[in-house]
Design a protein around this ligand. Structure first.
Ligand code: ARG
Length: 575
């Protein structure tokens, strides 16, 4: 392990045990970055209270018990331990990370099976901006877990079933399959839905047909199923167009929509009722998970089957959680879904625990996605008030990126390749760099800026390093150092990069891609200072300094590219 914070934690813990007895070996030494040194350990203060000794004295005792310590320690103030790492230690650790193809990122052992439920647009409606974030955040989590050696099972829980499909299929018949398919493939799901809805509300005969169609659909009538497939296939082709443009890793093999659980719903209900986990209340089959009450203090039901015999969103989610634990053998299930569904998921998880379908060994987590807002601070909409088409929004980002790089003299093909990487990188990075559960303002100008914590800035940082290597006439993989730290800017950059491995592990553990963004942003900032302070290719730079700085550039580039890869942000070679 190379992360200084972890190495120092271990060493100080050993010192604690040595100085005060083995019962203190697990105490958290509270190692934090410091203004006055590389790190400080604050443990002496809290420990002093328990030991009834003066904090400074405790700090001194820790200091003298430290052994095999990669730095120097000063006791300051009331009892802070200020830690400065040895340059030689940073150099050799940086050298080790440079030589490690995984850049210090470990593999989880034993590896876990992580089921990730994300994207999940609804077929009966347009895939809207709200689905953008769950798609992007979920995809990054999938990449992170795969990188750590976990088995990832993606589940795209499409909204592809339910009563609206009666009117949708009737409308499809009215306008003809060919026209319908063309519309759906073009992403006009909302328009399609609205047209069907208008007829349903205004045309009694149509309404009647739609109702009958729901029944034939539910009974699995082959003709109706064929029409449903025509509808769904065209819809999925549109979703795939969006996924492809975004460069997300979802494929048709990951489709696991609501319809997939249809055959399991009856048994889901029967089993819940037979085990006593669910009871009939006002004609509906309900689970009353402990700890949930409504505004009237009455227990809150999770409705598994409505009083008219119909199934709903919760029915499907109960079947799905059982399937994910039992059939997919999940150790961990991540639901990357809008935060407005928080209560629903808490109840589903609690109900599944009551039913015994979610053992304590499996964790189910709702990775809450905050709402997307417009610049005006309201839910993101177009001027006409409808939610904007995702595909159009992505095209606009690419168009703006094209304009931003238009004066750089690239030929058309190169330009469009870079613009796509920059545009999609900007959208994805903007989504990821904000904590997933906070609201998020969609602002093209900000996300496409070439400075600040943005995708283009990170991409630019890597392109800049690539251009140094082009000018140096060597491959980054040939820059092997040795790394020698002279200037403070080199030291700060190298020290920072040592934290990459454990950060990636924490980001996956906590489902917090925004912390990876923050790390990469810090990397780019330190890189900028390094560029200002430390010439690499100038003739007066001695050969060993040049070799060291090139190695540091190579390491920084590898960390930036790997990190952006884990976020799903494309990295163009030049910009
Ligand atoms: N289709 C749903 C929506 O758009 C999201 C589904 C999330 N996954 C789940 N297992 N309920 O809100």
């Amino acid at each position: 392990m190379t992360d200084p914070q972890i190495v120092l934690t271990e060493r100080v813990q050993q010192a604690l045990a040595h100085a005060f007895g083995p019962e203190h070996a697990d105490a958290d030494p509270l190692i934090r970055p410091s203004q006055f040194a590389d790190f400080q350990a604050n443990v002496a203060m809290s420990l002093a209270k328990r030991l009834r000794r003066a904090p400074r004295e405790v700090a001194e005792a820790i200091k003298s018990a430290l052994s095999d310590f990669p730095g120097t320690v000063d006791v300051s103030g009331p009892g802070f331990l200020n830690i400065t790492l040895d340059d030689s230690w940073i150099e050799s650790e940086a050298q080790r990370v440079l030589a490690d193809p995984r850049l210090g990122v470990g593999s989880i052992a034993p590896s876990q099976t992580v089921v990730i439920d994300y994207s999940a647009p609804n077929a009966a409606k347009e895939m809207h901006v709200g689905h953008l974030r769950t798609t992007i955040v979920g995809d990054s989590l999938a990449r992170l877990h795969e990188h750590l050696g976990n088995t990832v099972i993606r589940q795209n829980h499409l909204g592809d079933w339910g009563t609206p499909f009666g009117m949708l299929i009737e409308h499809l018949l009215d306008i003809g399959e060919e026209t319908a398919v063309a519309q759906l493939e073009a992403g006009m799901g909302t328009e399609f839905y609205q047209a069907a809805r208008a007829k349903f509300d205004g045309d009694e005969a149509f309404k009647q047909r739609a109702r009958v169609r729901v029944t034939t659909l539910q009974s699995g009538d082959p003709d109706t199923m064929r029409l449903w497939h025509v509808f769904m296939d065209a819809t999925v082709r549109y979703f795939n167009k969006v996924y492809q443009l975004l460069g997300v890793t979802l494929t048709d093999a990951d489709l696991a929509g609501e319809s997939m659980y249809n055959p399991m719903l009856q048994k889901t209900c029967d089993d819940l009722e037979a085990s006593g986990a669910a009871v009939i209340s006002d004609g509906a089959l309900c689970v009353f998970p402990p700890g949930f009450t409504g505004s009237d203090d009455k227990p809150l039901p999770l409705i598994i089957r409505k009083s008219d015999g119909g199934y709903g969103y919760a029915s499907t989610d109960m079947a799905a959680i059982r399937y994910r634990v039992h059939d997919l053998k999940a150790d961990r299930i991540l639901y990357v879904v809008g935060s407005e569904q928080a209560l629903h998921f808490r109840m589903v998880f609690a109900a599944a625990r009551v039913a015994g379908w979610l053992p304590d060994t499996v964790s189910a987590e709702h990775v809450q996605i905050g709402m997307m807002l417009g610049k005006d601070g309201r839910r993101f909409k177009t001027r006409s008030g409808e939610s904007i088409k995702l595909f159009d929004l992505l095209q606009e980002a690419i168009a703006r990126a094209t304009a931003a790089i238009s004066d750089r003299g690239y030929d058309e093909a190169t330009k469009s390749e870079i613009a796509r990487a920059v545009g999609m990188g900007a959208v994805k990075y903007a989504d990821l760099s904000v904590s997933h559960d906070s609201e998020y303002v969609l602002d093209f100008d900000r996300m496409l800026a070439f400075t600040g914590n943005t995708g283009p800035y990170m991409q630019y940082a890597t392109a800049r390093i690539r251009s140094i290597f082009r000018r140096a006439g060597i491959e980054p993989s040939d820059a092997k150092g040795p790394i020698l730290l002279g200037d403070p800017a080199e030291r700060a950059l190298a020290l920072h990069l040592l934290g990459f491995g454990s950060l990636v592990e924490q980001v996956a553990e906590q489902s917090e891609p925004h912390r990876l963004c923050a790390f990469l942003y810090e990397t780019s900032s330190l890189l900028s200072t390094f560029y200002e302070q430390c010439p690499v290719l100038r003739p007066e730079v001695p050969p060993e300094t040049r070799a060291s700085r090139l190695a540091l550039c190579a390491l920084t580039m590898a960390v930036l590219e790997t990190g952006l890869g884990l976020l799903g942000v494309p990295v163009p070679e030049r910009m």
